[in-house]
Design a protein around this ligand. Sequence first.
Ligand code: CO
Ligand code: CO
Length: 304
Amino acid sequence: MDTADDAGVYQLTEDIALIQTVDFFTPIVDDPYTFGQIAAANALSDIYAMGGKPLTVMNIVGFPPDKLSLSVLGDILRGGADKVREAGAVVVGGHSVQDPEPKYGLSVTGIIHPKKVRANSTAKDGDRLVLTKPLGIGIITTAIKAGVASQEAIDQAVLAMTTLNKDAAEVMQEIGVNACTDITGFGLLGHALEMAKGSGVGLRLFADCIPVIEEAWEYADLGAIPAGTRANLEHVSGQVVFHPKITTGQRLMFADAITSGGLLISVPAEKTEVLVEALNKRKVLAAAVIGEVLEKPAGKIFVV
Ligand code: CO
Ligand code: CO
């Protein structure tokens, strides 16, 4: 917890450690089945960010049966169950409460070899940073709520949010990397900053190399900025140094509060090419080298 890592790890034996995490939220898309898929992919992601394998999950549900048909709840749970199955895990139970606003998520238990835990606090000087999904998801979901998002943009955001980080995690474990976290509510800059602070290193991010869903730029210009994104940017401002050429739109995009984002992997420089190649072979949504790790200043990020 000291370095805001993605999940809790508890060593059981010399070979096995438990990984535990929980995540739930209110709907971010209208379609209940898709919402279920997104919530599950998002909750499972913290296990993948540690390099682990999810085993069992419990559903967490808030639902207003007096306001919504139970078939809606059925669709949410079916979306979640399908993602859990794709992850190779099983639903073993859950708990529901009556709630005026629907909520759904999972508590997830996974396993990992204790020596193979990929913390967010072990990035090393000279590493390269690789990101496995495009940014822009939070801005697009805000554009959806404002009714200005195109179908193409919605499809790309939904694809990004429903894609499991399973392939990316398996590849990174095959190759061996120094550190990993997943990009969610605090945005790329917030999660990268946790990595920098926890690891006692600085980071340099290459703005032009950071993958973004194209339409998100347009919606950012239209002002479709989630409140959390503005708060994120404000929150990191003391520790992030932007090159003057970096526009306000880019700053907001890199701080965008997202759901079910990709993995941010810190890989030794000499393994970067083989990691990117292996990620591409598994058709991971992005395999972009977006930056590098600096010896110092600790806990600072330069965006150039
Ligand atoms: Co996380
Ligand atoms: Co989480």
